[in-house]
Design a protein around this ligand. Structure first.
Ligand code: NAD
Ligand code: MG
Length: 425
């Protein structure tokens, strides 16, 4: 893998997909610390006009893209007087266009969920350096995505802190030679355990979206925060690690490590275990991948081992956090099953965040969808997208039926109470 080719302006051009999110904002923070090294060519968001407008004023990109067309019209109107030179695009076509611009060297893929798949693929097909935060893209279409990376000479660098840590602990030759030839015995993927690590199943049934989004160590978007609370985030990361590093699921051991200081480890056949440690701040992996193979300042606080004092490790509890087990099963089944798992999870998490489902309904809906929607060989993008759609439809119907049943039983109970009161003398 080589360094940046550099854009005509002489400074590497960067597209930040999902610029207004948690990872997007951290990326722009790192870039702002090195204005001579990077230029923001394109910034994108879904519907947050205020957020993207402010970023446009500060970073003066050549392009701004809103996923929602109405939001793009509003942004264009607001930018007209202040920065008429910024081209405003919209929709999936706009996102794909800015991921593949000739003046762009590097694409930060930080859209959340399945919406990130097509623009991230467009960056890979255009042979860019792809900084992958959007793990859902790889979960949905791992083999196809990796093939596109190889076919088009793209560079794929992991942003997920665990995968970035594994990347740092592997020898550079591991990608070409394979893990076993490089002497790797297994990958130890650490997990904070999320905000509910010590809650019982009865307690988990009552938790609220606000509690789920209050992660003890990381400040993240709402969807990944809930994934972290159910441990589906770790499940998606196991699948991500399989494709990124050419690992088998049984070569990946999840290790619960509540302090989030060791970001992951690689165990070698001679018994050595290499770990990457840092303060829990996503600017560390972002700066690593942006600057790779050089190192540069990230703005993160230095790790103070004396105040950390101790590091704990324990096995995951699959009974309270079954989503992790579903992810292992899905990657073993292969084909479109991981895409079905991901789609059901996105529907269930959105319902939980909107108060239409309880926390424990998330694993229930995923399990029911995996059973009802059979996976297929994932030999094309259209098959993957089709199964993504089928899984979403099934999960939505399941949720709706559940809500109707709950309403019916609630009404029956009220009617019974009413009749009992009537019968009393
Ligand atoms: P976030 O919710 O904070 O931000 C998401 C971004 O994507 C926003 O800019 C939003 O406008 C954009 N977006 C959402 N839906 C879109 C759509 N339909 N079309 C176009 N744009 C859309 O999320 P985040 O926490 O920054 O996470 C982003 C990705 O990075 C996720 O895949 C997550 O799993 C991964 N990741 C995040 C962290 C973290 O610390 N936040 C760590 C590791 C991996
Ligand atoms: Mg992670």
């Amino acid at each position: 893998m080589s360094e940046y080719t550099t854009s005509p302006a002489g400074i590497p051009g960067v597209t930040v997909l999902g610029a207004t999110g948690s990872i997007g904002a951290s990326t722009l923070d790192v870039m702002a610390r090195h204005p001579q090294r990077y230029r923001a060519v394109a910034l994108t968001a879904n519907a947050d006009v205020d957020g993207l407008y402010r970023q446009c004023l500060r970073f003066r990109p050549s392009y701004a893209v809103m996923g929602e067309p109405a939001a793009a019209r509003e942004l264009a109107a607001r930018l007209r007087s202040q920065c008429p030179e910024i081209r405003v695009l919209s929709g999936s076509a706009g996102l794909e266009e800015v991921a593949a611009l000739p003046e762009v060297d590097c694409v930060m893929a930080a859209i959340v969920g399945a919406a990130g798949l097509l623009p991230t693929l467009a960056a890979a097909r255009a042979g860019k350096r792809v900084l992958l935060a959007n793990k859902e893209a790889l979960v949905m279409a791992g083999p196809l995505f990796m093939q596109e990376v190889r076919n088009h000479g793209a560079q794929l660098l992991p942003i997920d802190s665990e995968h970035n840590a594994v990347f740092q602990c592997l020898p550079p030759s591991a990608a070409e030679r394979g893990l076993k030839t490089a002497g790797v015995r297994r990958i130890l993927l650490t997990s904070s355990g999320g905000p509910f690590l010590r809650r019982s199943l009865a307690e988990l049934a009552e938790v609220t979206p606000e509690e789920a989004c209050a992660h003890p160590n990381w400040d993240m978007g709402r969807k990944i925060s809930v994934d972290s609370a159910t441990m589906m985030n770790k499940g998606l990361e196991v699948i991500e690690a399989c494709w990124l590093f050419g690992a088998a699921p049984e070569d990946i051991q999840v290790v619960v490590h509540p302090q989030s200081v060791v970001h992951s480890m690689v165990e070698y056949v001679d018994g050595s275990v290499l770990a990457q440690l840092a303060s829990p701040d996503m600017r560390v992996p972002i700066a690593h991948a942006l600057g790779w193979p050089e190192r540069m300042a990230s703005g993160a606080e230095r790790l103070d081992l004396f105040s950390v004092a101790r590091l704990d490790f324990e096995p995951p509890d699959l009974e309270r956090f079954p989503c992790l087990a579903y992810a292992y099963e899905a990657v073993r089944s292969g084909g479109t099953t991981p895409a079905i798992l991901n789609a059901a999870n996105e529907v269930a998490v959105a319902a939980f965040l909107e108060g239409r489902a309880g926390f424990l309904d998330i694993p229930r809906i995923i399990a029911a969808t995996l059973e009802a929607v059979p996976g297929r060989t994932a030999n094309s993008l259209s098959v993957i997208l089709d199964d993504d759609r089928r899984a979403r439809e099934y999960a939505q119907n399941r949720l709706q039926n559940r809500l109707q049943n709950q309403l019916r039983s609630h009404l029956r109970k009220r009617l019974r109470n009413h009749l009992q009161q009537d019968r009393q003398p």
